[in-house]
Design a protein around this ligand. Structure first.
Ligand code: AMP
Ligand code: ZN
Length: 492
């Protein structure tokens, strides 16, 4: 669109909530003009549930916002394929090994299978590909080097592994607002640990055993600890200190305080009054997606995977819409009604863009003054710690500005959507109508019966019209007479 009006240049300063200081802070990059972001990624031992995916929708909106603000974004998401125990602290067994045993497959197979499943969900939710995916098992030599460099001053060896002594760094646990001595209850005792919160950075393979994934190290064969992995991959790729580290709110309690402690040890930095001493200037955490009946738990049989939503006839971007409607720091309750409402909202937008495009006049170069005001409000909202809920309404207002040039309205909506990521440029009404699993009827069949029903109604043959409706109901099709969105039918 060469004639398109000049894009809007954001002017508001970006403020983000730093979990470390529990305050909103202006984003000031470590390297001028750049934004370096690390997001804790999935442990690929099982399918992600939609709660996990909320964490990546949030990280994606953050990345898109930084791009909108003109920063050159370097975003890294890791894939954990070793070292994450069934308990975030040191208790339990490796999640990957446990699943490999349950499914009687090799860990490498398990990792590959669930990595692909995760990538499919990333694509379906319009999460942009980060600059780099880092896979933990690719970085083991660097993890060993990192551990060697901090071992003398900060670690001690037990039979089970090399442990980090949390009393050797200043302000341990500040992120969680916890103290080393609060840790008794939350961390299973390991005999010989100096402090309850001490954690293994290298887990030795017990004598006489062989793990599927193990490496030689100065402390014997074994595997890296999960916290060590993220410290190493973030520091290696982005360099300490980098700008922003993200994760779900559960990571605020154990995983990230432990990463911070390692980063302090590695960088020889002191207390956390200076947030950058933690290895990143800003630590951000999304709140949880919750579901009352426990369907979020991966151990609950049919748990809430994105594919389940699709199987029930919901477009995956309806779930993205659901996430955008809430602030990332608020708990979000999942319900099917809520998802249906989000889908309806998405349909309205898609139809509006289709309709604007179908009847668009050319945008008028240099005539786009009218959109400054809604764009400033959009900019203010997204700059206010990513207030996507308000930003969405700014986008919808543009659609509704009936007096304005249609071509310009489309340009403005699509530009805002670059940040929100609903993919309105490519989505069509037809895409949103997803066939629930098990429904066999084809669209041609449905349209043919509907056409006969229309004829019957035109001829005032209501008995026949009702019979045809019943026929459709039996095929799992809801007829939607008088639907305000002009949707004539949907698959039930
Ligand atoms: P995991 O694969 O278990 O390491 O989790 C991947 C990401 O999902 C992490 O950032 C978690 O903090 C996050 N997470 C886990 N459960 C939820 C949930 N119910 N809602 C939102 N984020 C979650
Ligand atoms: Zn991590």
């Amino acid at each position: 669109m060469s004639n398109a009006p000049a894009p809007f240049s954001p002017v508001t300063s970006l403020k983000l909530f730093n979990s470390l200081t529990r305050q909103l802070e202006a984003f000031e990059p470590v390297h001028a003009g750049e934004a370096r972001v690390y997001s804790c990624g999935p442990t690929v031992y099982n399918y992600p549930h939609i709660g996990n995916m909320r964490a990546y929708v949030f990280a994606d909106v953050l990345g898109r916002t930084l791009s909108f603000k003109g920063y050159k974004l370097s975003h890294v998401i890791n894939i954990t394929d070793v070292g994450h125990l069934t308990d975030d602290a040191d208790a339990g067994e490796d999640k990957m090994e446990k699943m490999a045993r349950a499914e009687a497959r090799s860990i490498w197979d398990i990792a590959e299978h669930y990595k692909q499943a995760y990538w499919a969900d990333v694509c379906a939710l319009n999460i942009r590909q980060p600059a780099r995916w880092t896979v933990a098992t690719d970085y083991v030599p660097q993890m060993i080097e990192f551990a060697k460099s901090i071992a003398d001053k900060h670690c001690y060896e037990l039979d089970s592994g090399l442990y980090f002594d949390v009393s050797t760094v200043a302000d341990y646990g500040r992120l969680a607002r916890a103290h080393t001595d609060d840790g008794e209850g939350r961390i299973e005792a390991v005999e010989g640990k100096r402090n309850a919160a001490d954690f293994a950075i290298w887990r030795k393979t017990p004598p006489g055993e062989k793990r599927q994934m193990e490496w030689d190290s100065p402390w014997g064969p074994g595997a890296p600890g999960w916290h060590l992995e993220c410290s190493v991959m973030s520091g290696e790729v982005l360099g300490f200190p980098f700008d922003i580290h993200t994760g779900g709110i559960d990571h605020r309690e154990i995983h990230h305080p432990n990463e911070i402690a390692q980063n302090q040890a590695f960088c020889c930095t002191n207390g956390l009054d200076l947030p950058a001493n933690s290895g990143a200037k800003i630590w951000m955490h999304n709140n949880f997606l919750v579901e009352r009946s426990g369907k979020m738990s991966k151990s609950s049989g049919e748990f809430l995977r994105l594919q389940l939503l699709i199987d029930k006839g919901y477009h995956p971007l309806a779930y993205r819409m659901m996430c955008l409607q809430a602030h990332y720091r608020s708990e979000l309750e999942f319900s099917w009604d809520g998802l249906a409402a989000a889908l309806t909202r998405l349909k309205r937008l898609v139809m509006a863009v289709e309709e604007l495009n179908a009847n668009a006049s050319e945008p008028r170069p240099g005539q786009s003054e009218w959109w400054k005001e809604p764009f400033v409000r959009f900019d203010n909202a997204i700059s206010d710690d990513l207030n996507t809920a308000v930003a969405l309404t700014c986008m919808e207002e543009i659609v509704a500005l009936k007096k304005q040039n249609r071509g310009e309205r489309v340009v403005a909506v699509l530009e805002m959507d670059e940040t929100l990521g609903l993919g309105l440029r490519h989505l069509s009404r037809a895409d949103l109508r997803i066939r629930p699993k098990g429904v066999e009827t084809t669209e041609a069949e449905i349209e043919a019966i509907l056409a006969r029903r229309k004829e019957a109604r035109a001829a005032k043959d209501f008995a026949r019209s009702d019979a045809l409706r019943d026929e459709l109901t039996a095929k799992g099709v809801d007829v939607m007479d008088g639907d305000p969105l002009g949707w004539e039918w949907k698959l039930a």
